[in-house]
Design a protein around this ligand. Structure first.
Ligand code: NAD
Length: 392
């Protein structure tokens, strides 16, 4: 297989996992990283064992050894970083959310289509074998008609007023905080699993921690800030959300999203109820899939390749009883995208399921915009596409 050169802009918390995941594929060379200065890029490159370091994303995008640019910068940099990569006709893999607004996401989708390159968004929970099993069971009709899709994405790393992240600053993270940051994952995941899009939303958003003590130096996600040099800042974006959703085809649903819920570390879960059976998957117990029945015993299906549907089996790499986790699913997503690139496929060609594109990123941004607009108007139903049209 032809070797592929990878360059990454924004080597922070999740950037290191992008590098780890592509290294496991065996046919990708991590060529360069770019950070906000040459000195910080060099430091990160040395720590991650990457040969080249750039102080600007434009310089990385111009490197002829880089075939694919990964974007793992804070949200406000996604548009310029991605446009710089597309201007050099590089394939782009961006972390979520694709952009801070649906309009900006649309601009990136159009620019990627014009560039004719492969474009992807890391909605990484699609890469879990039991997520693919759930998708396959629903598509195959095992649940019957689906009428309810519900769940939550709860964390606690922003519970205290001393917890801080760029995600809470609208100019860096976007108008939405929790919904854009993790709600976008839940929306993409359930739409993927249920095989239908969210078309309407009704949202009630809350800012539980209205004043935070921002550290003078920036901190990584999930880490506690230094105890020196803090200033009080007032927070406008939500850290808690309750959202009702309606899917195309008539299924209803609801989701709770929060980053101030003690005890929940990465508590992403969904349940799908159909006329014949139900399914439930919890990210924190990702090697089990609950199957609920009315006229038979409920089951807990273990992640055992020999028990999975054929398409889901491709995402499990260890025998039953050998637990697979977050970074394995992340690697599965990279495998889907890089195999597509290595095989010379074109952007419109059929894709493997864990490969989400800028179109999926755009749709997730439309859902987030509709949620914000619903709340702004006093918790009324908002059509997802109408919001997009209004904003264009
Ligand atoms: N898929 C997931 O599960 C997941 C998890 C975490 C974060 N994310 C997403 O990844 C992105 C990054 O989040 P994070 O938690 O890793 O943030 P982070 O703050 O830990 O890392 C961001 C990095 O970008 C660097 N950076 C800042 N300005 C830059 C510039 N001008 N040029 C190059 N680099 C620059 C920072 O120095 C830092 O190293 C966000 O969009 C976030 O939503 C996704």
């Amino acid at each position: 297989m032809k070797r592929i050169g990878m360059g990454l802009v924004g080597p922070g918390f999740v950037g290191a996992h992008h590098i780890d995941a592509v290294r496991r594929l065996g046919f990708v060379d991590v060529v360069a990283v770019a950070a906000s200065s040459e000195a910080s890029a060099r430091k990160k490159a040395d720590a991650l064992g990457v040969p080249k370091a750039y102080g600007s994303y434009e310089a990385l995008a111009g490197d002829p050894d880089v075939d694919v640019v990964h974007n793992t910068t804070p949200n406000y940099l996604h548009v310029p970083v991605i446009l710089a990569a597309l201007a050099r006709h590089k394939h782009v893999i961006s972390d979520k959310p694709l952009a801070m607004t649906a309009d900006a996401a649309r601009r990136l989708l159009d620019a990627a289509a014009d560039a004719g390159v492969v474009h992807a968004v890391t909605f990484n929970y699609r890469g879990n074998p039991l997520v693919q099993q759930a998708r396959e069971m629903i598509a195959g009709g095992e649940l019957g008609d689906v009428h309810f899709v519900h769940g939550a994405y709860l964390q606690d790393w922003l519970l205290e007023d001393t917890d801080f992240s760029w995600r809470l600053e609208p100019e860096k993270g976007g108008e939405s905080s929790a919904v854009g940051d993790i709600g976008s994952h839940w929306c993409d995941l359930v739409q993927h699993v249920a095989g239908r899009r969210i078309v309407e939303v009704l949202a009630d958003l809350t800012t539980v921690v209205g004043t935070r003590l921002r550290p003078s130096t920036s901190t990584e996600a999930f880490s506690r800030g230094a105890d020196t040099g803090r200033e009080a800042v007032s927070i406008r974006s939500e850290d808690l959300a309750s959202v009702l959703v309606r899917f195309e085809g008539g299924a209803k649903g609801c989701v709770s999203v929060g980053q101030v819920c003690a005890g929940h570390k990465n508590g992403l879960w969904f349940e799908v109820n159909g006329r014949r059976a139900s399914l439930r998957w919890l990210q924190e117990r990702q090697n089990e899939l609950w199957i609920g029945r009315r006229d038979g015993a409920n089951l807990s299906l273990a992640k055992d390749p020999s028990l999975l549907a054929r398409s889901a089996r491709a995402y499990a790499h260890l025998p039953g009883g050998h637990q697979e986790g977050w970074s394995d699913a992340f690697c599965n997503v990279m495998r889907d995208i890089y195999t597509f690139i290595a095989e010379g496929r074109r952007p419109g060609d059929p894709r493997p399921p864990a490969f989400a594109t800028f179109e999926d990123g755009y749709h997730a941004a439309c859902v987030v915009d509709a949620i914000l607009e619903s709340h702004r108007r006093g918790a009324v139903w908002m059509r997802v596409d109408e919001t997009v049209m209004a904003g264009r």
